[in-house]
Design a protein around this ligand. Structure first.
Ligand SMILES: NC(=O)c1ccc[n+]([C@@H]2O[C@H](COP(=O)([O-])OP(=O)(O)OC[C@H]3O[C@@H](n4cnc5c(N)ncnc54)[C@H](O)[C@@H]3O)[C@@H](O)[C@H]2O)c1
Length: 262
């Protein structure tokens, strides 16, 4: 069983590899033996992650891609398969959040969030499927969030997209499954990354989020990499169409208070 947690000989594309959780996933996939292609709209940031990987003995290259462009996303993933002979894993992290009350949400803010989070994720699932289904194997991991299940004021649009990603993943898992392609969602709790920098800057908000998880703290980006890489490996060979919550127990407890005497 030990080898089923490794990625030796596999080619894995990580989109969003220039920052936060994507960078951590790329590094961990390489540590587990994968040849990693680091992709990001910020090509320099993707290249920096690839350089860090090769500097510590791993195998990585990098390229730029904007996942909101379907044709470009198709081309980059097909190109990886052509160069390396196959594409075994795709991880997709890019998303944005505009935290704002629904009544004050502007049209262009709605469009930006939905365009990247939903259309970008769709473009990646479709492009990965177009390579992996004919290949007859592969694993796709798309990033959702605890916000697919629970919300708070100011999160309506982001939460809507994260719930939509879950159904996208389930639909793709249904369509790709008999071709040997697995599709899953990873749903983090709160993770210290540039995406959540505005929260870190507000001490009360930061501490309230820490207290909400059972573990009483935020996650570091690398704590999302283990669950993600697991989904890429043969150890997860019967795991598809599911949501893996890496949330420090956020969803398990209502977190209101500890009853007296307990
Ligand atoms: N950080 C958290 O607390 C948290 C919590 C729940 C869910 N998530 C989810 O985890 C995922 C990763 O979050 P993160 O905190 O690492 O974000 P991040 O902002 O640190 O990184 C996102 C990366 O995506 C890239 N990107 C943006 N637009 C792109 C595009 N059009 N094409 C290609 N690349 C693009 C950015 O350049 C950046 O490198 C997101 O889907 C987010 O919703 C994060």
């Amino acid at each position: 069983m030990a080898d089923c947690f490794r990625l030796d000989g596999k080619t894995v594309a990580v989109i969003g590899a220039g920052s936060g959780i994507g960078a951590a996933c790329a590094r961990t996939a390489a540590t587990q033996g994968a040849r990693v292609v680091c992709l990001d709209i910020d090509a320099d940031a993707a290249a920096a992650t690839a350089t860090a990987i090769t500097g510590s003995g791993g195998a990585a290259t990098a390229a730029g891609v904007d996942v909101t462009h379907g044709g470009a996303t198709d081309a980059v993933l097909a190109g990886i398969a052509a160069t390396h002979g196959r594409l075994d894993g795709v991880v997709c992290t890019p998303s944005i959040n505009v935290r704002k009350a629904l009544l004050h949400y502007a049209d262009d803010e709605f469009d930006r969030v939905v365009h990247l989070n939903l259309k970008g994720s769709f473009n990646v699932v479709r492009a990965a499927g177009r390579v992996m289904v004919p290949q007859g194997s592969g694993s796709i991991v798309i990033f959702s969030s605890i916000r697919s299940v629970v919300v708070e004021p100011g999160q309506s649009v982001y939460a809507m997209t994260k719930a939509g990603i879950v159904q996208l993943v389930r639909g793709a898992a249904c369509e790709f499954g008999t071709s040997g392609v697995r599709v899953n969602a990873l749903a983090p709790g709160v993770v210290d990354t540039p995406l959540t920098a505005p929260i870190r800057a507000n001490r009360g908000w930061y501490e309230a989020y820490a207290a909400k998880s059972i573990l009483g703290r935020w996650a570091q980006p690398q704590e999302m990499a283990g669950p993600t890489v697991f989904l890429l490996t043969d150890a997860a060979s019967f795991v598809t169409g599911t949501v893996l919550y890496a949330d420090g127990g956020w969803l398990a407890a209502d977190g209101r208070f500890v009853p007296p005497g307990v």
